[in-house]
Design a protein around this ligand. Structure first.
Ligand code: ADP
Length: 235
């Protein structure tokens, strides 16, 4: 579903050119759970931003579900992103003044759905992350792990096929991180493709497929993500 071929991304300033990605080629199949590792500055965020249609690239080709992304105008790109991709970030990125219900509502509002259509979707997403009883709470009234669960509910509410996670457990203690990882594994087993950047070597080792990036290129790849049996039943 994600097919990158020879992607290059060059950042140019007056003084320097930085090659954030060089001839980067990666194919991710539906149902995979892929972890991405590599030292700071190697290009992980650039890759995620390009994969998530948040950033353009200098050369190469990127197809998402067979659609060549570079051919899309801003409007079509934003619509494809909203329909197909959910994001989870290390710092949760919740809106502090909105309660949990309204936070999860944000991506649905962009879709132009009516309030009565959105409500059951929001309730289902919050239920799936175990936060049904707290819909009126503000993010500040929750623990870090709970806030990340809200962010996961927000990412999932539009039923994206593809979840991109940037260090989702980076701000969590190890027990809480494990709970969030188990939730992500369940989500993957239900059919959502996940690509996750992590610094956690243990998580990367446990992953079915780990891609290690160095200097903007894939340096090493371990394993091959399989579509799990439950995922293939859904797909
Ligand atoms: P990582 O996420 O692995 O830490 P990044 O993808 O953020 O790496 O960055 C890759 C390289 O691109 C780094 O050398 C970084 O300094 C550079 N870079 C990232 N964003 C920009 C930008 N907006 N302008 C200039 N250089 C950038």
């Amino acid at each position: 579903m994600l097919e990158m071929k020879d992607i290059c991304k060059v950042y140019r300033t007056d003084l320097v050119q930085t090659h954030a990605l060089r001839d980067f080629s990666l194919s991710v199949q539906e149902g995979e759970f892929v972890t991405i590792t590599g030292p700071s500055g190697c290009g992980k965020t650039t890759f995620l931003n390009i994969a998530g249609l948040l950033e353009t690239y200098s050369s190469g080709s990127y197809q998402l579900d067979g659609v060549e992304v570079s051919q899309l105008n801003d409007f079509k790109r934003a619509r494809l992103r909203n329909e197909k991709i959910g994001f989870i970030f290390q710092s949760f990125n919740l809106m502090p003044d909105l309660n949990l219900f309204d936070n999860v509502d944000v991506p649905l509002r962009y879709r132009g759905l009516k309030a009565a259509e959105r409500k059951p979707l929001i309730e289902k997403a919050l239920e799936s992350v175990g936060l049904t009883g707290r819909m009126k709470h503000l993010p500040s009234q929750l623990s870090g792990g709970q806030q990340q669960r809200v962010a996961i509910a927000r990412a999932l509410v539009g039923s994206p096929r593809f979840l991109l996670a940037d260090e989702p457990t980076g701000n969590l203690d190890s027990n809480t991180a494990r709970g969030v990882m188990e939730l992500l594994q369940e989500i993957n087993e239900e059919g959502t493709t996940i690509v996750m950047v992590t610094h956690d070597q243990e998580l990367a080792r446990e992953s079915r497929r780990n891609i290690h990036i160095l200097d903007g290129q894939i340096h090493e790849e371990n394993g091959r993500g399989q579509m799990s049996s439950s995922a293939s039943a859904v797909a």
